[in-house]
Design a protein around this ligand. Structure first.
Ligand code: CU
Length: 149
């Protein structure tokens, strides 16, 4: 078996597993978090960015975020260069919620400590339907913006 055949076999297997997962459709959102990071804060405020993917057939909503870094964590949208707190963000069925620079974000106020590049900040994301998800945000340089690379 050459290398290409092996890869094809692996892909076929992976696809099979994914389909098996989907066929047990319970009407629940199926959430996964990718691309999380926090730019190194320069004051006692910080922002967090990530993408929540929903491979389920039911929409969900991100309703709150908590973190050991701050007792004051909220979710913000940015409109006309101004940010404002929102109650929740939709995570559409078969789609994703993007929290990205210049747009929606997680806002941390009154930081208990100043995280440095290379460290990690733990957050718990709470949803309307799905179980909470805990993720570590790696702290990146202050200007880090993966969308612009
Ligand atoms: Cu904000």
């Amino acid at each position: 078996m050459n290398r290409r055949t092996t890869l094809a076999a692996v892909l076929a297997l992976t696809t099979g597993l994914t389909l098996a997962g989907c066929s047990t459709d319970s009407g629940e959102p199926e959430l996964k978090v990718i691309g999380a990071f926090m730019p190194q804060p320069v004051s006692d405020m910080a922002a967090g960015f990530l993408v929540v993917q929903n491979s389920g057939s039911t929409a969900d909503r991100l309703t709150s975020v908590t973190s050991p870094l701050s007792d004051d964590v909220t979710i913000h949208e940015t409109k006309n260069q101004q940010m404002r707190e929102v109650e929740s963000f939709e995570v559409p069925a078969g789609g994703e919620l993007d929290l990205e620079r210049g747009g929606n974000h997680i806002m941390f106020m009154k930081l208990k400590q100043m995280p440095k590049q290379g460290e990690k900040v733990s957050v718990e994301l709470r949803f309307e339907k799905a179980d909470p998800i805990t993720v570590d945000l790696p702290v990146k340089e202050t200007t880090h913006n993966p969308k612009k690379q």
